[in-house]
Design a protein around this ligand. Structure first.
Ligand SMILES: Cc1cc2nc3c(=O)[nH]c(=O)nc-3n(C[C@H](O)[C@H](O)[C@H](O)COP(=O)(O)OP(=O)(O)OC[C@H]3O[C@@H](n4cnc5c(N)ncnc54)[C@H](O)[C@@H]3O)c2cc1C
Length: 464
């Protein structure tokens, strides 16, 4: 049976960009239809942020238990080494994802957004057709929000399949590999590589650049590099993956020699690309900005009343950017005056230890007259009480010398992801060092290290 729907707003993609836009459209009384081919929640909820953090959490618990089984850990000992049934871990992770999927479906329903399941293909900028299990649905809309997201980049000489997996495959492995080769030392590769190492897997990382985590500066990355070394992760920098080897991954090392890295699985995490193919983007007369859909600061495309948000429109490809843009577009369609002009979009890397960066790095501030101050977590009571004071972690603050305006805040250390929102708030509110120094921070918390970094920048840190 075929059906035709005419609606005010059509959203394609049920990831954080699309579903947040949908909920907000509904709240604002806009008649809205959302099309999703797979599962609500998109990459983030199903195969990205949430499942990866679930596996990272389990890996951390396992590692702690494994330590306690080897030698007493702060008074705790285990008489036997822990065992892991990875299929059960994946089942638990799937349960977490399912709860959140159901939650998103419920929120959309409450907002009176109609969800159509299937792959949308556009014949022109305002009309798409979806093949659903109940027949073909044609949807025509006054406004279209494109939130199609992104997909993993595949290496032509290492196509996904068999032992070669993407992050999606790594999060759903039926059993733990004994040996894992990771191609790409960006945040996804290292977050997962470190988690698998904690689960006892032998991990080898192959990275073409001369450094890991190129988005972050060397000072921030040093504690992660130390962890990799201390925990026996083999790291080949300046090395190129070449294809499948006899027993794993064939790679060319920096010195030109070739090696065959033994691996049961090869995890390729060399980046993600916007999902621009296979749904009729070429029929919509929108402009492109390189491989991304081009938008202005209101997420307008070149075609009137066609909007685009999230991973489809460029870096940073992060959940909180997608969701913020989705919410904004809904409000603009409803007549609100909005613009996407954040002071910062903080980025977090859930490695060991974690890294947060918000605003300018010292490198980006070159040429400005700035004060930089670092406060180490080894002088923070909460970090020490959580066994997180000795990993080289710190908070770093950067402020303009002339007026003390804070320009950038970074941290590396256990659990520092939880500080990211305080950093963003300070930057968004245009805080000066005195604002942070004058805010009483709760004791004992990691946030005190942020307070102390501001005091130190002002020349009078207390605890160092
Ligand atoms: C392993 C991993 C870990 C990550 N960790 C983090 C993290 O910790 N923090 C963070 O901020 N970000 C993280 N990300 C990135 C984050 O997942 C994305 O930035 C975010 O999901 C982008 O949201 P989006 O709405 O733009 O697109 P997506 O979430 O990709 O959603 C797009 C949706 O559109 C659907 N779709 C596409 N085309 C069509 C069509 N033609 N018809 C119907 N449906 C269609 C797709 O099925 C998909 O569900 C991670 C990503 C990965 C892969």
């Amino acid at each position: 049976m075929s059906e035709r729907i005419n609606t005010k707003v059509l959203i394609v993609g049920g990831g954080p960009g699309g579903y947040v836009a949908g909920i907000r459209c509904g709240q604002l009384g806009l008649e809205t239809v959302l099309v999703e081919a797979e599962r609500l929640g998109g990459t983030c909820l199903n195969v990205g942020c949430i499942p990866s953090k679930a596996i990272i959490h389990v890996a951390g618990e396992f590692e702690t238990m494994a330590h306690a089984a080897k030698a007493p850990l702060n008074g705790i000992s285990l008489s036997a080494a822990p065992k892991i049934d990875f299929a059960e871990t994946v089942k638990w992770k799937d349960g977490v994802v399912k709860r959140l999927n159901t939650g998103v479906a419920g929120l959309l329903k409450r907002a009176k957004v109609r969800v159509v399941e299937g792959w949308a293909v556009f014949s022109d900028a305002k009309t798409c057709t979806v093949k659903t299990k109940d027949g073909e649905v044609t949807i025509a809309a006054e406004h279209v929000i494109l939130a199609n997201g992104s997909v993993p980049v595949e290496l032509p000489f290492l196509p996904f399949g068999g032992k070669v997996i993407s992050s999606t495959g790594a999060l759903a492995l039926p059993v733990l590999p004994k040996r894992l080769a990771v191609v790409g030392a960006g945040y996804i590769g290292l977050e997962l590589g470190i988690a698998f190492r904690k689960l006892g897997v032998e991990v080898t990382v192959v990275e073409a650049l001369d450094r890991i985590l190129p988005l972050y500066d060397a000072q921030l990355v040093a504690p992660v590099a130390k962890w990799l070394e201390k925990n026996g992760v083999a790291l080949h920098l300046g090395a190129k993956a070449k294809g499948l080897g006899k027993d794993g991954l064939a790679a060319e090392l920096k010195d030109g020699s070739t090696v065959d890295i033994a691996a049961d699985n090869i995890l390729v995490t060399v980046g993600r690309k916007p999902a621009t193919e296979g749904w009729g983007l070429e029929n919509m007369a929108v402009d492109m900005d390189g491989r991304f859909v081009k938008v202005d600061d209101q997420c307008r495309t070149a075609m009137k009343n066609v909007w685009a948000v999230g991973d489809l429109v460029g870096e940073p490809m992060l959940e909180h950017k997608a969701a913020t843009q989705g919410e904004m577009v809904a409000e603009i369609i409803a007549g609100h005056k909005r613009r996407f002009d954040p002071m910062t979009i903080a980025a977090v890397c859930f490695t060991e230890p974690e890294i947060v960066s918000a605003g300018m790095s010292p490198h980006e501030a070159e040429g400005e007259d700035v004060i930089t101050a670092v406060f180490p977590f080894m002088a923070n009571g909460r970090a020490l009480s959580m066994d997180g004071g000795d990993n080289g972690g710190f908070v770093r603050i950067l402020a303009r010398k002339s007026d003390h305006r804070v320009l950038g805040i970074q941290a590396v250390g256990a659990h520092v992801s939880e500080l990211s929102n305080e950093f963003s708030l300070a930057l968004e509110m245009g805080a000066v060092l005195e604002d942070i120094a004058g805010t009483i921070h709760v004791h004992p918390t990691l946030g005190e290290a942020f307070h102390e970094s501001a005091l130190r920048a002002l020349g009078h840190a207390i605890h160092i």
